[in-house]
Ligand binder design. Structure first.
Ligand code: PDD
Length: 282
């Protein structure tokens, strides 16, 4: 059975409900996190909760429970669902109110959580190697906030699906910002290149871990914008997220990357990340 958490209580997912006046529903007035689950434990959860606190601060919202108590709820949810591998989703919205854009006088934030099973480590060979297409990045300018307002990504990822692609890379001023729900990396001349993290991308937790692991191997890392042409001509490319770990890219807009197969450096970093995830999961 799939059990969800809604404001202090656990429900079968089909009975887990919030009000139609929830500001998350009316205004996407809320923020979220997705953490990976391996062996029934969470990966890099401290970093996810730190980013959650930051997103909350940026939208001037307080968590309904102290952030330090969220892991207790998460543990209970994992235990109730007996889940081994997958993702834990949570969001906090500004709760229920009349439909007034400005904040209500009395705010009762709403916290919901649920889990989804997904193979993260044990992928079929066909699932390791993603087709990417590029789309214009039409999002707002505070992409550092993990906002639940995801319609731009929903539209973009639907285009990818219709075109038989697995992920979109979003383009602004001729450069790749990030993936629809991931951070974008290319490798050229043995250097790892990924866009610098500011308000124009989400500072990915997986991105950060990969950069540390790559740095430990002595690899050179350049944090800077890179163009679509650089991506087309990369030796290897991959994207990172809590739900994909490191996913090697085999083509971008039909241009073959790394001979159409996952590249050796991407696979090595994926292996290092999986080991890190298993060793540090809590
Ligand atoms: N998305 N950039 C965007 C726009 C994202 O939505 C995500 C993650 C990332 C990667 O961040 P992290 O490594 O912390 O997962 C980058 C999650 C997985 C999602 O929306 O499902």
């Amino acid at each position: 059975m799939n059990i969800a958490y809604v404001n202090g209580k656990y429900f079968p997912i089909e009975d887990a409900k919030v009000s139609i006046r929830d500001r998350g529903l009316m205004f996407a007035d809320g923020v979220y996190e997705v953490a990976a689950i391996i062996n029934g434990k969470l990966i890099d959860n401290f970093e996810h909760l730190k980013r959650l606190q930051r997103s909350l601060n940026e939208i001037k919202l307080s968590s309904p429970v102290p952030i330090s108590e969220i892991p207790i709820i998460e543990k209970e949810l994992l235990a109730k669902n007996k889940i081994n591998e997958g993702t834990l989703y949570l969001h906090i919205t500004r709760g229920e109110s009349d439909r007034e854009f400005s904040f209500p006088d009395i705010v009762k934030p709403s916290l919901v959580m649920f889990v989804q099973s997904k193979n993260l480590i044990h992928l079929e060979p066909d699932d390791l190697g993603a087709i990417v297409i590029t789309v214009p990045d039409v999002r707002w300018k505070r992409r550092d906030i993990k906002s639940i307002a995801l319609i731009a990504q929903v539209m973009a990822k639907q285009v990818a699906k219709e075109e038989g692609a697995d992920e979109v890379w979003m383009v602004e001023d001729g450069c790749i910002t990030e993936g629809g729900s991931s951070n974008a990396f290319i490798i050229k001349d043995d250097k790892l290149i990924t866009r610098n993290s500011d308000n124009m991308i989400l500072s990915g937790i997986t991105r950060k871990a990969i950069m540390t692991l790559a740095d430990d191997t002595g690899m050179l890392i350049e944090e800077r914008s890179f163009t679509i042409d650089e991506a087309y001509n990369a030796t290897e490319a991959f994207f990172t997220s809590a739900s994909a770990f490191i996913m090697p890219v085999v083509s971008i807009d039909g241009k073959i990357i790394s001979g159409g197969k996952p590249g050796p450096i991407s696979l090595k970093l994926r292996e290092l990340y999986i080991n890190f995830a298993i060793e540090t999961a809590v």
